[in-house]
Design a protein around this ligand. Structure first.
Ligand code: MN
Length: 253
C-alpha cells in the first residue's frame, strides 16, 4: 500500500488541504503533516534555532509549529520512518507560477520531498480567488495524476508543479516555469499611532505570457504541469573569466 503524505503552507485547517485529504483517501495510507498556522511565502525555510512542537489532530494527522519544509523533513525522517511514496502539497489558495516558485512554501514542500528521495512529489495550486469546487477539482486531478504516473514516479531530483484554472477543463499543458516578473510596488501607510509601515503589493500581470509557460497555459484556460528540477545551475554556455592565477587575488596588500 502506497504511503501518501499531504501538506501545505496555508496551515492544517485550510480548506485546500481537506480537498486533498478527500481526493487521496482510498489511494493509500494517507498522512497529513502540515504547519499549525499559515506560512505562505516562507520559501524553503527550515527551523534550526528552536525546537519544533507538534500537536496530534487525529490518527496520522499532525500539526507542526514550523514551515512546510519542516513538516516534510520531520515526516520523512521521523514520523513515517522514511520517505513516503507520494507527497502532495496544497491545494494552495493562489497560483504558484514564474518567480513564485522561489517564494512559495507550497512548492518548497514538494522540493523538500524530492530532496528527501520521494519519487512522486507534487505542488498543487489554484487562483487566489478560486472557490472550493475548483480546489476539489484540482485535488481530484492530482489524485488521478498520481494513479497514472505509477510506482516509477518522476525522474530523481524533480517534482511536479501543478496549477489549475478556475474554469473546469480537461486540457493539461506541460509547461516550463514562466518568466520572472518584478515585484509589485511597495505601499506606504500609517498605523493608528502615525508610524509608517510598508506593504509589498501584488506584481502586475504579464500582458501576453508565452504559450509554453505556466502563465501561458493558465491564460489559455488549461491546467499547467511543470516538471521542476532541484538542479539550479544555468544550462547555457556562459563562461566566467578565468578566476585563478595572477591578476585575480582574494586579498589586497
Ligand atoms: Mn499559501
Amino acid at each position: 500500500m502506497r504511503r501518501i503524505l499531504l501538506t501545505n503552507d496555508d496551515g492544517i485547517h485550510a480548506p485546500g488541504l481537506e480537498c486533498l485529504a478527500q481526493a487521496f483517501a482510498g489511494l493509500g495510507e494517507v498522512w497529513v503533516v502540515a504547519p499549525h498556522v499559515e506560512r505562505s511565502a516562507c520559501g524553503r525555510a527550515v527551523t534550526l534555532n528552536r525546537p519544533l512542537r507538534v500537536q496530534e489532530h487525529g490518527p496520522h494527522r499532525l500539526a507542526v509549529e514550523g514551515t512546510p519544509a519542516d513538516c516534510v523533513l520531520l515526516a520523512c525522517r521521523h514520523f513515517l520512518g522514511g520517505p513516503p511514496d507520494v507527497v502532495v502539497s496544497g491545494v494552495n489558495q493562489g497560483y504558484n507560477i514564474g518567480e513564485d516558485l522561489d517564494y512559495s512554501g507550497t512548492v518548497a514542500a514538494a522540493a523538500e520531498a524530492a530532496l528527501q528521495g520521494v519519487r512522486l512529489a507534487l505542488a498543487v495550486s489554484v487562483r487566489f480567488d478560486a472557490d472550493g469546487a475548483c480546489a476539489g477539482r484540482a485535488a481530484r486531478f492530482a489524485g488521478q495524476l498520481v494513479s497514472r504516473l505509477g510506482p516509477g514516479g518522476l525522474p530523481a531530483g524533480t517534482f511536479l508543479n501543478l496549477n489549475v484554472p478556475p474554469e473546469p477543463t480537461l486540457r493539461v499543458r506541460q509547461t516550463r516555469q514562466g518568466n520572472p516578473l518584478p515585484p509589485g510596488d511597495v505601499h506606504l501607510g500609517r498605523d493608528p499611532r502615525g508610524r509608517p509601515y510598508y506593504w509589498i503589493g501584488n506584481r502586475p500581470d504579464e500582458p501576453s505570457p508565452p504559450a509554453d509557460t505556466d502563465r501561458g497555459a493558465l491564460a489559455a484556460g488549461c491546467m499547467s504541469a511543470t516538471l521542476v528540477t532541484l538542479e539550479r545551475t544555468h544550462p547555457g554556455d556562459f563562461r566566467l573569466p578565468d578566476l585563478s592565477g595572477e591578476g585575480f587575488t582574494a586579498e589586497v596588500e
